[in-house]
Design a binder for this molecule. Structure first.
Ligand code: ZN
Length: 135
């Protein structure tokens, strides 16, 4: 299957990983809306979140909560937003976005995956900061 997120899970595509366990992978979004924008995916290829099995659903949302706290601590946004849309890649993914403006997560650019691409050095530095934060 030609799914870029499945390739990231299998380590066939590079990514800056923040968290990984048997069910879940969290990594830096290469098209972030703001610094600290991350993606959380189940390892199994399921296009829509409401079709996830209960275990995967709870694993994904549980780590979303934990990583949101870390992002809030580091980037001090007004709010940490969660977006589940999936027009860009048909593999369930949660965007966790540190929001500095009210329309950060409703922008057309985000939904259409037209955000500027960040360089790997910057993403890897940010990933390291998020991994390193103690709650
Ligand atoms: Zn996939």
């Amino acid at each position: 299957m030609d799914c870029v997120f499945c390739k990231i899970v299998k380590k066939e595509e590079p990514s800056n990983i923040i968290y990984e366990d048997d069910e879940v992978l969290a990594f830096m979004d290469i098209h972030p809306i703001n610094e600290g924008d991350i993606l959380i995916i189940p390892k199994s290829h399921v296009p829509d979140f409401y079709n996830l099995n209960e275990k995967d659903y709870l694993a994904v949302t549980g780590i979303a909560k934990e990583l949101s706290k870390k992002i809030n601590k580091i980037f001090k946004p007004k709010k940490v937003g969660v977006v589940i849309a999936g027009f860009d890649v048909p593999h369930t993914h949660l965007h966790i976005v540190p929001m500095h403006d009210e329309d950060d997560i409703t922008s057309r650019k985000l939904l259409e995956n037209k955000m500027p691409k960040f360089n790997n050095k910057q993403l890897s530095k940010t990933a390291e900061r998020i991994r390193g934060v103690k709650l």
